[in-house]
Write a protein that binds this ligand. Structure first.
Ligand code: ADP
Ligand code: MG
Length: 626
């Protein structure tokens, strides 16, 4: 192939622009990215060589070499991994195949730190070389191809790149960065070693650099021909816990997660027994921007006996723990395990169960800690990840009880952090149920008329305002033997919480009010299933409730928003016979209007939408003028 000039895909151009214009405050990441690619290339070769040993040729020891040339102002990262064919060089270094790129572009915050982190997350790492280089040359030969089928790829990181055929005896890839003026600080063995130590210590291949020697005559360091490893080259998780410092755990986390912040918690264990494996699992401190996306692949990497098998092995973690990052290294799985096989494997099932328990244990340790700072960490965790953990209540029946203990809510008692245990400890004498209300927002929940009697009696009500809550509640009926009871469903029966005098008074009011109820029922027959007198209201004239077993108005609205049809069932209107407005009904000349206004207001108060807002306005105006 003669020299060809090709144009970068549009997305690549955008990324190149971003890389060179906004990431210069975090320049040194280029080395981490290129070493990570070199290491990936070696992993790929090792994996293919399981079935095709000949690919290893005469160089079975996989390694990465980092060299610099102060005169030529270049840094070269060389690996003897899988290499690239010409086609692969064009495709992999000229386009971004990943569908995540568009998401990436839209997620950019214009905040350098965050953007730098995203670059890694979305796998556009190679281009980070252009932060410090104004030209990058890649020379490569794919394992298994003859020497004459090597490739040279070269670009200045603007609109296009060149490719041409090359004869290259060595298998693998060399990436040479021609540094921009002003980037000479990287032309130092000490500097490069310190960056490698910071980011790439855990890479399980040797990273070699040439030894240096002090030349007294020239009074400078000179490079020797001898190469020596500059990293530990031992997979962190395979080392014993006592040898690993908290800083190393944190640094490793940052490596695999591309998070710039330290993790909230981690757990590292070697599990022995029927299934043998090592797990190193982290809970991040902050939620990623796409946490809500259930299709997002997980963050746990699978290794088998230190050999990297795959990223994002979903089968290793339940969906509701998709925020967990880390590594699982199995001693039992076959090296050629596929995603399909993973789904069915009993060993994987055991690993998933064991890992789920570990993660829950880690969260419980924070939540139940005697240490205030640890509990504050749990509160922070809950704020970011609580909605996802709630999915587990419905999905993971085996761990449902443990999960419900980890739930935290807002209530009429406190705006956040209320656990079921807290609630139980504050229950009133004679209270038999855990009361809750669902709504679109905390403000709406707090001002629900249905809460009035509970407020008056000092009974706590949980305020559930996450979209996932309704779904969760369809899987959760009780806690510690106490049923969960919506305050917006069925008639209020406060049972033992109501004294005899109150009950009697309510009954009398209902009898006296009977003729009025009949009129209301007749007027509202197309809108309300029933109209009845209630004791649940104190300040409001009326509210809507649904019957036990019917869908709540809130859930019906959520379904409608999601484009699903909700079964049509009419609500019940409950009126407060003591309220001045209700008393006024009797003598009112516009009975029909007032009755409809009562109904409409009750609907508005629970966050519902009027079917005919104009009619409502007309009626209110008529009343205002009367
Ligand atoms: P990622 O590593 O997430 O795939 P990069 O931008 O870092 O994204 O690299 C893009 C692609 O270029 C890689 O997926 C790989 O196919 C190819 N590549 C980069 N560096 C090397 C290398 N040293 N050896 C072989 N292929 C490489
Ligand atoms: Mg990469």
């Amino acid at each position: 192939m003669t020299k060809q000039t090709l144009s970068f895909q549009a997305e690549v151009k955008q990324i190149l622009h971003l890389v060179t214009h906004s990431l210069y405050s975090n320049k040194e990441i280029f080395l981490r990215e290129l070493i990570s690619n070199a290491s990936d290339a070696c992993d790929k070769l090792r994996f293919e060589a399981l079935h095709h040993a000949e690919l290893l040729e005469d160089a079975p020891n996989l390694e990465v070499r980092v060299a610099f040339d102060a005169e030529a102002k270049t840094i070269t990262i060389t690996d003897n991994g899988i290499g690239l064919s010409s086609e692969e060089a064009v495709a992999n270094l000229g386009t971004i195949a990943k569908s995540g790129t568009r998401e990436f572009m839209s997620a950019l915050a214009g905040d350098q730190k965050k953007d730098a982190q995203l670059i890694g997350q979305f796998g556009v790492g190679f281009y980070s070389g252009f932060i410090v280089a104004d030209r990058i040359t890649v020379e490569s030969r794919r394992a298994g191809l003859p020497a004459e089928q090597g490739v040279r790829w070269s670009s200045e990181g603007a609109g296009d790149f060149e490719v041409e055929t090359l004869t290259r005896a060595a298998r693998g890839t060399s990436v040479t960065l021609h540094l921009r003026d002003g980037e000479e600080e990287f032309l130092s063995g000490w500097k490069l070693k310190s960056i490698i130590g910071k980011y790439s210590d855990h890479i399980s291949l040797p990273i070699l650099m040439r030894k240096e020697e002090w030349d007294a005559e020239a009074s400078k360091q000179v490079l020797k021909d001898e190469w020596a490893p500059v990293n530990k080259a031992a997979a962190l998780w395979a080392r014993s816990k006592s040898e690993i410092t908290p800083e190393q755990y944190t640094e490793f986390y940052k490596q695999i997660s591309y998070d710039t912040e330290a993790p909230l918690a981690y757990t590292h264990n070697r599990v022995e027994g029927r299934s043998e494996y090592t797990q190193l699992l982290y809970v991040p401190a902050k939620a990623p921007f796409d946490l809500w996306n259930r299709d997002k692949r997980g963050g746990v990497k699978l290794y088998v006996k230190r050999v990297f098998i795959m990223d994002d092995a979903e089968a290793l973690m339940p969906v509701y723990l998709r925020f967990v990052k880390g590594v699982i290294d199995s001693a039992d799985l076959p090296l050629n395990v596929s995603r399909e096989l993973l789904q069915e494997s009993r060993d994987v099932k055991a690993i998933r169960e064991g890992s789920t328990k570990r993660v829950l244990g880690m969260l419980e340790a924070l939540a139940d800690s005697d240490d205030v700072a640890e509990r504050a960490k749990y509160a922070a965790f809950w704020k970011d990840f609580g909605v996802v953990l709630k999915e587990g209540v419905g999905e993971d029946h085996a761990n449902q009880e443990r999960l419900t203990k980890l739930l935290r809510f807002a209530s009429t008692h406190a705006d956040e952090g209320v656990s079921f245990a807290d609630y139980l400890s504050r229950m009133k004498e004679g209270q038999e149920a855990i009361y809750y209300i669902t709504a679109d927002s905390l403000a709406a929940a707090k001002s629900s008329p249905q809460l009035e009697i509970f407020r008056k009696k000092g009974i706590e009500v949980l305020l559930l305002v996450d979209r996932v809550d309704e779904w969760m509640l369809s899987h959760l009926y009780e806690f510690d033997g106490k049923p969960l009871q919506s305050v917006a469903k069925g008639s209020v029966d406060l049972g033992k919480l109501q004294d005899e005098a109150e009950k009697k008074q309510a009954e009398e009011a209902a009898t006296a009010f009977k003729p009025m109820l009949d009129r209301l029922k007749a007027t509202l027959k197309d809108r309300a299933k029933d109209v009845r007198v209630t004791t649940r209201l104190v300040d409001s004239p009326a509210c809507l409730v649904v019957e036990e077993g019917d869908m709540s108005g809130h859930l019906a609205r959520l379904l409608k928003q999601a484009g699903q049809s909700a079964p049509k069932s009419l609500p019940t209107l409950e009126v407060n016979a003591e309220h001045a407005l209700v008393k006024k009904l009797e003598a009112s000349a516009n009975f029909d209007d007032l009755a409809n206004i009562l109904f409409d207001q009750a609907l508005l108060a629970e966050g519902g939408q009027l079917e005919d807002p104009a009619a409502y306005v007309r009626r209110v105006n008529a009343l205002l003028l009367a």
